[in-house]
Design a protein around this ligand. Structure first.
Ligand SMILES: Cc1cc2nc3c(=O)[nH]c(=O)nc-3n(C[C@H](O)[C@H](O)[C@H](O)COP(=O)(O)OP(=O)(O)OC[C@H]3O[C@@H](n4cnc5c(N)ncnc54)[C@H](O)[C@@H]3O)c2cc1C
Length: 452
């Protein structure tokens, strides 16, 4: 077996992208990921410019027996886009987006971020479901499932995946779709990075242009009333209306009147996808709840998608925990009200995202909400405090959960939690893993271990 560092000269001749080792300028930037709580030192980072670069980097990793981390957008909470002592296969140079407006599809390279996709598809009045921050990677978000403003109407990101080009653990390049390698296609849609390196995704697009969207907010003391109303109201609405509930501290930005700045609050971020002429009627029940702040207006969809980018730049400390919920019983509402009043830092928050509507038209899905509690702060000195608040908050609401969590909202929480999340699908995923990655080469992830 070759030493991983010794693979560098050969790899440099084999790939057209950069190979960055610990002695190279730019190493600290290249090894960093979005979550600054993650501080790992890979042996080298291979910035891949195309499929053959990915194959060469994979080959080098296999020969060296080195741990391999695959990086899309680098947003993963537990930092699976990097690894101590191993090789990072960094797909960030692979970010092209090709839209076919006639077919209503987009072919997206594996290292693109969602902002690039939204910008390219919006030119044609089209979009596909994704997350709420435009700097998030297409790769990790899609392979974990992907939910956002379009999900009640058009499903998860994976429900709109038509095809993936995948570099397998043995170096072969295959297409996975309903008709080619359908077992792999099934496993990719939620199985994270366990089954191969996806070099391109082809998505179905939907007509989405301008949307009526924005926040309504109430004082934190209203959390119980607003959350109890929201949990009953939203699931009863048409799929055109989307809203996620949040507990937060109002940031000191122009969007909000100065009187609200730095006050703790509860809020709902809305997105109405129906005819804008009908939005006032659809949102009247929200106004009947007398929000203290109403920032709803019409905006281009990419504007909504990047609304939180400025608040959450790369380089903050993050610790998060997730859970699925069927509903939010009164006892859980009480817990939310308590922890909302104890938000430890301005950036820390809890989001309760609806995943009903079109998401639940897929058999075996039945959760109504995907919850994430996130402790966030720029200062590493606050890392322990934000983690403690997150864990305590999670402990208080977890007993009411439907079981398992969205895999993209988990930290490194161990095998039992991975199994709980995949539930009845775990065994089939493990069998497919044994076919496509029998030696568990792709293990820096929420790991599904090969059967047998
Ligand atoms: C600020 C913020 C907001 C978020 N909002 C949402 C949201 O609204 N909705 C939502 O669904 N999720 C959301 N997420 C969670 C997000 O989906 C995950 O963090 C996801 O892992 C990010 O993907 P990435 O490609 O950026 O991450 P990375 O760290 O690059 O990768 C994450 C995992 O996916 C694997 N991977 C990435 N790309 C590929 C690829 N091309 N082929 C094979 N494996 C790959 C990696 O190996 C790793 O295991 C959010 C995250 C953050 C930090």
């Amino acid at each position: 077996m070759t030493n991983v560092v010794d693979t560098t000269p050969e790899l440099r001749t084999r790939i057209s992208g950069e190979v960055i080792g610990s002695g190279d300028a730019g190493y600290d930037d290249a090894r960093s990921v979005y979550n600054a709580m993650i501080d790992r030192h890979p042996a080298l980072i291979a910035r891949c410019a195309g499929v053959s670069d990915v194959q060469a980097a994979l080959d080098a990793g296999r020969k060296a027996g080195a741990p391999l981390a695959v990086r899309g957008g680098g947003h993963n909470g537990p930092g699976f886009g990097t690894v101590d002592g191993g090789i990072v296969i960094d797909l960030s140079p692979m970010r092209s987006v090709e839209v076919d407006p006639g077919q209503r599809t987009a072919r997206v390279q594996g290292g693109a971020t969602w902002g690039l996709v939204d910008a390219a598809t919006h030119k044609h009045g089209l979009a596909t479901p994704s997350g709420i921050i435009s700097t998030t990677g297409v790769g990790g978000l899609t392979l974990g499932g992907g939910h956002g403003y379009l999900s009640r109407k058009y499903g998860l990101t994976i429900d709109n995946l038509l095809e993936a080009e995948v570099v397998l653990a043995d170096g072969r390049v295959v297409t996975a779709s309903e008709s080619e390698h359908p077992d792999l296609f099934w496993a990719l849609r939620g199985g994270g990075g366990n089954f191969g390196i996806v070099t391109s995704f082809t998505f179905r697009l939907h007509p989405v242009g301008n949307v009526v969207c924005g926040p309504t907010a109430w004082p934190v003391a209203a959390t119980s009333d607003v959350l109890s109303w929201f949990r009953d109201f939203l699931p009863a609405q048409d799929d055109d209306l989307y809203g996620f509930f949040a507990v937060m501290t109002v940031p000191p930005v122009d969007t909000f009147p100065e009187a609200f700045h730095l006050h703790k609050a509860c809020a709902i971020m809305w997105c109405y996808l129906g005819d804008p002429a009908n939005a006032t009627e659809a949102l009247q029940p929200v106004r009947d709840m007398q929000p203290a702040f109403d920032g709803i207006g019409e905006a281009p969809y990419p504007g909504l998608q990047s609304a939180f980018d400025g608040l959450y730049p790369r380089g903050l400390q993050w610790y998060w925990r997730g859970d699925f919920f069927g509903t939010v019983p009164d006892a859980a509402v009480d817990a939310h009200a308590r922890f909302a009043s104890e938000l430890p830092t301005m950036h820390s928050t809890m989001h309760l995202y609806p995943i009903d509507g079109a998401v639940n038209k897929v058999p075996a899905r039945d959760a109504t909400f995907s919850q994430v509690i996130v402790g966030v702060d720029p200062d590493p000195a606050n890392a322990a405090a934000i983690k403690q608040w997150t864990v305590d908050y999670w402990d208080a609401t977890h007993p009411y959960s439907a079981g398992g969590a969205y895999v993209n909202f988990m930290m490194d929480e161990g095998q039992d939690r991975v199994r709980a999340t995949y539930g009845n699908n775990y065994d089939r995923l493990a069998e497919i893993k044994a076919i496509y990655d029998p030696t568990n080469l792709f293990r820096i992830n929420q790991n599904i271990q090969p059967a047998g």
